[in-house]
Design a binder for this molecule. Structure first.
Ligand code: HEM
Length: 397
């Protein structure tokens, strides 16, 4: 491996937009780590092999807060509440915030939410207009996780209309849009905080605003804003993408759909395979090296930016028998779509449940659902971070 992996470092984004998965195949043949320049002009190390991503993702020498790594200059292009959220913190601040997060999305809590997730999914499936082309993202994949996360946070139905638009703006990677969406989300969360302070409810937001059980300092306004941001964005966008991508994959492959329809017990495995193939972030949150770290023949220097490509790792032929195809039976390795280590996604269980319920509900209640455009014509939102259907035209006769 050398720093000449790409003809010019700018190629990272271009290569992705042209052929993301082909790019990974090429990178896997070259080596585990590559020198790149991202679309926002940052020179970084891009780690692609499963073994190295897995090793580095929990490595304490790689930190999230730029100020924790001397010489690091890159500022994450995201609004401040997000950059000061749990996602971009290191211990001890991270540990304190994670306790609240873990409690909120424990398996027991997700179990308790499951009947309601099923009820919302059934309602959305039954309400899908028949005999005409509809956008599955707008009619099912987005409203399901938005409804669930809004209910978890105690956001009244009448106040939810802006959430998807602001979330999409914040995740657009376009500075003007990010600022606009960020400002609206800020305003919304500040108002929600004031409302919950005056009228606490039986919801996680009210729980986070109260003094923690057993004492300790309550979360500050800045910390609460960060929690609200990351949970609204994390709770909606990746789950909507996962549901949309799963449905696109199944509707594009009638044999696989048939297999699942006849063997519903394979759904949990199908969910894991679709998460591996389509939901893994192309890059995890940027990390900064606090000291030099050797990876293959390369030395990452203190202050360097490191991008761990979970999506590349999850398609590494050294780890997966069928790296680019879903395998519903037999062994096929363990994916890391939800990350690993201290920053492991606290919403993993909730997402798995929502995706599995979505698939099951569609198979049972919308057995004739089909794509209303050839798979190659589906409009995708792509960046060096994520890949997802923007609009998913479907029709149910
Ligand atoms: C398919 C759906 C999802 C995927 C693929 C996903 C993926 C991830 C990944 C890879 C990370 C770690 C990032 C890193 O180490 O740089 C992460 C962190 C996080 N996710 Fe998710 N996520 C999903 C759904 C959710 C949901 C539903 C929630 C909220 C309930 C959520 C909340 C978070 C939070 C708060 C973090 C930051 C954790 C920390 O830094 O300690 N995610 N997610």
């Amino acid at each position: 491996m050398t720093s000449e992996t790409f003809a010019s470092p700018e190629d990272l984004n271009t290569a992705f937009l042209v052929d993301q998965y082909g790019t990974y195949e090429r990178l896997h043949k070259i080596g585990p780590i590559h020198r790149v320049k991202t679309s926002d002009g940052v020179h970084a190390w891009f780690v692609t092999s499963y073994a190295e991503v897995r090793r580095l993702i929990g490595d304490r020498r790689l930190v999230r807060r730029r100020t924790d790594a001397e010489g690091a200059h890159y500022a994450l292009p995201a609004p401040p509440p997000l950059t000061s959220s749990v996602l971009c913190q290191d211990p001890p601040a991270h540990t304190r915030l994670r306790k609240h997060m873990n409690k909120a999305f424990s398996v027991a809590r997700v179990d308790a939410m499951t009947p309601r997730i099923q009820e919302v999914a059934t309602g959305l499936a039954d309400d899908l207009e028949r005999g005409t082309v509809v956008d599955f993202m707008a009619e099912f994949a987005a409203p399901l996780p938005i409804t669930v996360i809004a209910e978890v946070l105690g956001i009244p139905e009448t106040d939810r209309h802006g959430l998807r638009t602001w979330g999409d703006q914040i995740l657009s990677m376009d500075p003007a849009q990010m600022q606009q969406g960020g400002a609206q989300m800020n305003q919304f969360l500040m108002a929600l905080m004031a409302e919950k302070r005056a009228n606490p409810g039986d919801d996680i937001w009210s729980e986070w605003m109260a003094t923690p059980d057993g004492g300790g300092a309550p979360l500050s306004t800045e910390e609460l804003l960060g929690m609200g941001y990351i949970v609204l964005l994390g709770g909606y966008d990746p789950s909507a993408r996962a549901i949309g991508s799963c449905v696109l994959a199944l509707l594009s492959d009638p044999a696989k759909m048939e297999l699942l329809r006849d063997n519903m017990e394979l759904i949990p495995r199908a969910v894991e395979e679709f998460l591996r193939l389509y939901s893994s972030n192309h890059s995890a949150t940027p990390r900064f090296a606090t000291e030099s770290i050797d990876v293959a023949e390369v030395t990452i220097e203190a202050g360097d930016v490191v991008l761990l490509s979970i999506a590349a790792a999850d398609r590494d032929p050294a780890q997966f028998g069928t790296p680019n195809a879903a395998e519903f039976e037999g062994p096929n390795g363990r994916h890391i779509a939800f990350g690993l280590g201290p920053h492991y996604c606290p919403g993993a269980e909730l997402s798995r449940r929502q995706v599995a319920i979505s698939l099951e509900t569609i198979i049972r209640r919308l057995p004739d659902l089909r794509l209303a455009a050839p798979p190659a014509d589906i409009d995708l939102r792509e960046s060096y971070f994520i890949r997802t259907p923007n609009v998913l035209p479907v029709i149910c006769p």
